[in-house]
Ligand binder design. Sequence first.
Ligand SMILES: Nc1ncnc2c1ncn2[C@@H]1O[C@H](COP(=O)(O)OP(=O)(O)O)[C@@H](O)[C@H]1O
Ligand SMILES: [Mg+2]
Length: 317
Amino acid sequence: MSESLLELNDVHVNFPARTNWRGKVTERVHALNGLDMVVHRGETLGIVGESGCGKSTLAKLLMGMLKPTSGKLELARSPNSWLGRGMQMVFQDPLSSLDPRLPVWRIITEPVWIQSRSDEKARRQLAESLAAKVGIRPEYLDRPPHAFSGGQRQRIAIARALSGQPDIMVLDEPTSALDISVQAQILNLLVSLQQQQNLTYVLISHNVSVVRHMSDRVAVMYLGQIVEIGEMRQVLDAPQHPYTRLLMESVPRIGAPLDGAPSNTELPGNRQLPAGCYFRERCPYATARCSEVQPLRKLANGHSVRCWQAGESTSLQ
Ligand SMILES: Nc1ncnc2c1ncn2[C@@H]1O[C@H](COP(=O)(O)OP(=O)(O)O)[C@@H](O)[C@H]1O
Ligand SMILES: [Mg+2]
């Protein structure tokens, strides 16, 4: 197995949701509830799950925009090194993340410039070489971001992320705001950049077909936990957790995006966490034993599932 770049151990994140008249927090939103995961150099780890399951909270945590309420996050690179914490992010909506007043050559090189303050000429040259990698013509580099189409803006956002020489690129719904025809071009660009530069991606999406196209491994999230994780084909083609099966059944055959919640149920609140298996109330196979806490168990094929009924097993933890 290749070098691990990031490790999460029993990470929880919650937010105050309600306070009483004294300002004391009386209710919390439990966004992440015991995440364990490792990211290896050169892989794409796809994270899939419906809206509200904690995907963007995970992205913010990886970027250092949020701290764990409890648990541990370990990075291979020290956050004090000159390249920062080694993470760069590509957001769903590139316009919201690109400064509208700057020409794109400055935007593209911002991460590296913040870190090393190279001279203007070197900065411009770097912008041109990054632009060439992502398919933006150098003569357009003096324009502001709003002069570009959605797909081009996403190319600019990718170039910007690359300039920070990240260990890990966090891609949060990178193509969800784009037209279908442009989505494939951006995904293919990401794949070819990864092959050229051995990049590592954490790809977050509610769209199972995007995750299938890109990922080596897939983690399925439900209510702030990983309920299933393993090799992409094993998880998506032979899902073991009832939630993953439900998620896969609600994906139309053609591979169109899954929008919102699976059809027959809705996501229960994450203010009052269920006892035992979080999916129990929605699960067609639930039994009395599901009221016990379900650990993530490793099956014989290396794939881990948070359900006592899944496959043949050896105890993971
Ligand atoms: N800053 C915040 N304050 C309060 N609740 C939040 C905050 N950020 C996220 N949440 C809540 O945490 C849960 C997970 O949100 P999020 O990570 O955005 O999910 P996803 O990206 O999977 O849709 C949701 O219930 C959301 O409302
Ligand atoms: Mg989100």
